[in-house]
Design a protein around this ligand. Structure first.
Ligand code: TXA
Ligand code: MG
Length: 359
């Protein structure tokens, strides 16, 4: 696409999307254009998944390596047959509970799926999003939409249309602005081609909730993929599983000391040292933690109560972006437990971090 061309932004009602807007965006998709749209997790950058040339444009716009496979979105479970020949029974059971929603299945693809969608792999990642705008778009254009998060490769995923424009203005055709996304973290990616199924990326559906349907599950340890782990253990191409991903511009130090009080003490001590070294320090905190730092010269962003992981997840990426905008060169953050959404929050914070301090 012509780099000087301006990206069009059109507002759309996030709950009751106007058919006129949706039909226009659907025509753009069918004409091979790139359309960013809200899902319940993050904004996606969409192209017709069955149009190899359109899919190519996604990689170019995001500066994404061609070895990194995309998630394909569908508007109904029956559309799964367009992409996959043999659908395991467990997929129907899970889809019945969690679709539409933030759960992505990895399945063996069929011959209709262009190779660039899956980066040459014989497996495809598929999900049915719950956001009214995403669903209306999928149902209007009647083709599956390949859509990674609508950010530059390796950076923080967008949870507002403004975030999309900040990263991709001039490189894509259209953004549907349907307001902030509700979950704020990407979908859970579940590999259904192995037994038992394995979580490749923790996300909007918790491990505990999946286990209620499937029994005990394993979680892929993403660190294997950069430390040259067993090739069979490491899906070849999984950008969200690279160790440095979802990253702000500033350096990020993550404190993973289990006891919150000790973690906050460590953050205070580190803040003082770094300020003395001349660093511009920002903190990412839960609401109730701000008062511990009131006397220090810091930029502080709070992202919700410790007791409400949903709020921490929803505000995590915008909090990191805000700290970047405030011009800090160092961000200190702590983790948020392993239960429920905590697993996905910590996964993203780990991947965003340069240094992890655990004692
Ligand atoms: O919530 C989401 O999943 C968002 C919204 C837009 O739907 N999408 C998203 O896409 O996060 P992306 O491209 O940023 O992340 C794709 C994830 C990566 O973690 C990648 O490893 C995994 O999906 N993935 C895609 N295809 C795969 C495949 N064939 N095998 C294994 N993992 C795959
Ligand atoms: Mg992404």
């Amino acid at each position: 696409m012509d780099a000087k061309k301006k990206t069009r932004v059109i507002s759309v009602d996030g709950r009751f999307p106007q058919p006129k807007v949706i039909n226009f965006a659907a025509r753009e998709i069918l004409h091979g254009k790139l359309v960013a749209f809200p899902t319940e997790t993050v904004y996606g950058l969409g192209a017709n998944a069955l149009d190899e040339i359109a899919v190519n444009k996604i990689f170019i716009a995001k500066n994404r390596p061609f070895q990194d496979p995309l998630i394909v979105h569908i508007g109904s479970i029956t559309d799964l047959h367009l992409l996959v020949n043999d659908i395991p029974v467990d997929v129907y059971m899970l889809a019945d509970v969690f679709w539409p929603g933030p759960l992505t299945f990895v399945l063996f693809k069929n011959e209709r799926v262009p190779n660039n969608v899956t980066a040459g792999l014989d497996k495809i990642a598929v999900r049915m999003p719950a956001h009214p705008v995403a669903l209306a778009l999928l149902r209007s254009c009647r083709v599956p939409i390949a859509a990674p998060s609508a950010n530059c490769f390796g950076k923080i995923s967008p949870t507002t249309a403004k975030h999309v424009i900040d990263d991709l203005d001039g490189s894509i055709d259209l953004v549907l602005d349907g307001g902030s996304t509700t979950i704020g973290l990407e979908s859970t990616v579940l590999d259904m081609t192995c037994t038992p199924p394995r979580i490749l990326r923790p996300g909007g559906i918790s491990k505990e909730d999946l286990e209620k349907v499937l029994g005990p599950l394993t979680v892929h340890d993403g660190r294997q993929s950069i430390e040259g782990g067993d090739a069979e253990e490491t899906p070849q191409c999984s950008p969200g599983m690279l160790s440095k991903h979802y990253a702000p511009r500033a350096e990020l130090i993550l404190i993973t000391i289990p006891n919150t009080k000790s973690a906050l003490k460590k953050m205070r001590q580190l803040s003082k040292t770094k300020i003395c070294e001349g660093r511009i320090v920002g903190l990412l905190l839960a609401d109730e933690e701000k008062c511990f730092f009131a006397d220090l010269d810091l930029q502080i962003i709070t992202i919700g109560s410790q007791l409400q992981k949903e709020s921490i997840a929803k505000n995590l990426y915008s909090g990191l972006r805000e700290l970047d905008e405030k011009g800090v060169d160092l961000i200190l953050a702590h983790d948020f437990g392993k239960e429920g959404l905590g697993l996905a929050i910590n996964d993203r914070l780990r991947r965003a971090s340069n240094i992890i301090i655990d004692k």
